[in-house]
Design a protein around this ligand. Structure first.
Ligand SMILES: *[C@@H]1O[C@H](CO)[C@@H](O)[C@H](O)[C@H]1NC(C)=O
Ligand SMILES: *[C@@H]1O[C@H](CO)[C@@H](O)[C@H](O)[C@H]1NC(C)=O
Length: 406
């Protein structure tokens, strides 16, 4: 149990272990540890909804060429990053984020210039759903792991940032176009991401990333893995289904896919529509009208203490799987996978023995081009692949897809 003072954020951390990594080989696989810094779940739901709004606003700003002013669209102030996946890169702990693409440091500790640091004449700034940073652009050698080195990587060095307690910045692994508009003076060229440069430099032979998470009921455990340049077949079962990036805006700006969602054998929750796969969102968020159908089908009610949906033991006994169909394959999120881990109930302000659900409200009705977010509670059950070269997202079952750990 954490002291109360630490219960202010839910931090899902991925630390790259200091094991030596084989170089001159593609793919490069890095172990990742998951750490939960637990908080009020209310903050977590608000965080996820604020993130959804910010993602939409970012996409809209990009296409209209207008400056992205989050204040105009985000009314709730969420003061801390509710969930983060963190890799240790050199001395920095960076959030791994599939929903943004700039890499920057300096949130909690000063950037130390070295002989390879070169300041450019640009300012750089990005606004997220639960924070922002602005600072100066540098190019520098980024060492992701021993041997996994990127010379002349563009990075942001924060002079101000909000919402990033306990982490130093972000390692952006989203689509490169999300970097457009982050520099000033403005340029229409994207800033090549860390993954782009690893690929361009021949360190990895495919411009893709494989991500493995596993469900856990303990606050800290080494159970994740990020693979640059390929996939790790020991982390998934069966074949990977590749789903083309959706053409529907604004999901098309992210790792967006078309997907339908069904509850049990025949209750349609969402007909085929566009949404995104996102490591920066904790919950599985469904458009409000879809969530209403889910609540009706399950009998779930909103729990005022946590903000999550709650069901009774009898309702849990009757809880059916949710089926996500994408790329011609149906992925089954079992009843157990729809639960918040019960051993962590009290850590999030819930009551021991109660049954809380990880499916929640996106905050907008369907038909708006971003109608669901498959967040990390989904990705703990399915291996994911973010393939830039072929503009597609891969999903596969894992040994944990049907685990009953929750
Ligand atoms: C947990 O979150 C709090 C508040 O955001 C932060 O001060 C603290 O450093 C975090 N703990 C860890 C281990 O990251
Ligand atoms: C996704 O759905 C939209 C809307 O129905 C459709 O136009 C598009 O062809 C579908 N497929 C892709 C890859 O976007």
């Amino acid at each position: 149990m954490f002291p109360t003072t630490l219960l202010t954020t839910l931090l899902l951390a991925l630390s790259v272990a200091a094991n030596p990594v084989l170089v001159n080989r593609s793919p490069v696989t890095l172990p990742i540890s998951r750490r939960l810094n637990l908080t009020s779940i209310h903050n977590l739901v608000r965080h996820d909804q604020a993130r959804a709004k910010a993602l939409r606003a970012r996409a809209a700003a990009k296409t209209t060429g207008l400056t992205f002013h989050t204040d105009a669209v985000i009314n709730e102030q969420v003061d801390n990053q509710a969930v983060t996946y963190i890799a240790s890169v050199g001395v920095d702990s960076l959030i791994i984020d599939t929903g943004s693409s700039n890499t920057w440091v300096g949130a909690t500790k000063a950037y130390v210039k070295t002989s390879t640091s070169v300041q450019t004449s640009n300012k750089v700034s990005v606004t997220y759903g639960s924070g922002s940073f602005s600072g100066t652009e540098f190019t520098d050698t980024v060492t992701l792991a021993p041997g996994l080195v990127i010379p002349k990587q563009s990075i942001g060095v924060a002079s101000t940032s909000t919402g990033f307690a306990g982490v130093d910045g972000i390692l952006g692994i989203g689509p490169v176009d999300l970097t457009v508009g982050t520099l000033s003076p403005a340029t229409n060229s994207p800033i090549p991401t860390v993954t782009d440069n690893l690929f361009a430099n021949g360190v990895i032979t495919a411009n893709e990333i494989g991500v493995s998470f596993e469900p856990t009921t303990t606050p800290e455990v080494l159970n994740g893995e990020l693979t640059w340049g390929g996939t790790d077949s020991s982390k998934f079962t069966g074949a990977i289904t590749f789903i083309p990036i959706t053409t529907t805006f604004p999901a098309s700006e992210f790792w967006g896919i078309n997907q339908s969602v069904r509850y049990g054998t025949s209750t349609s929750i969402l007909t085929t529509t566009a949404g995104i796969v996102d490591t920066g969102t904790t919950l599985v968020l469904l458009a409000t009208n879809g969530l209403t159908k889910y609540k009706t089908a399950t009998g779930a009610v909103v729990d005022s203490a946590t903000g999550l949906l709650r069901i009774t033991s009898a309702q849990f006994s009757a809880l059916q799987s949710l089926f996500f169909t994408a790329g011609g394959t149906t992925f089954e999120l079992t009843a157990n996978a729809q639960l918040w881990p019960r051993s962590l109930n009290t850590d999030i302000g819930g009551i021991a023995g109660r049954i809380y659900l990880i499916v929640n409200d996106l905050g907008t009705n369907s038909g708006q081009g971003l109608d669901f977010i498959n967040g990390y509670t989904f990705l703990e059950r399915f291996y994911s692949v973010f393939d830039t070269t072929n503009k597609r997202v891969g999903l596969a079952t894992t040994p944990f897809t049907t685990a009953t750990t929750n």
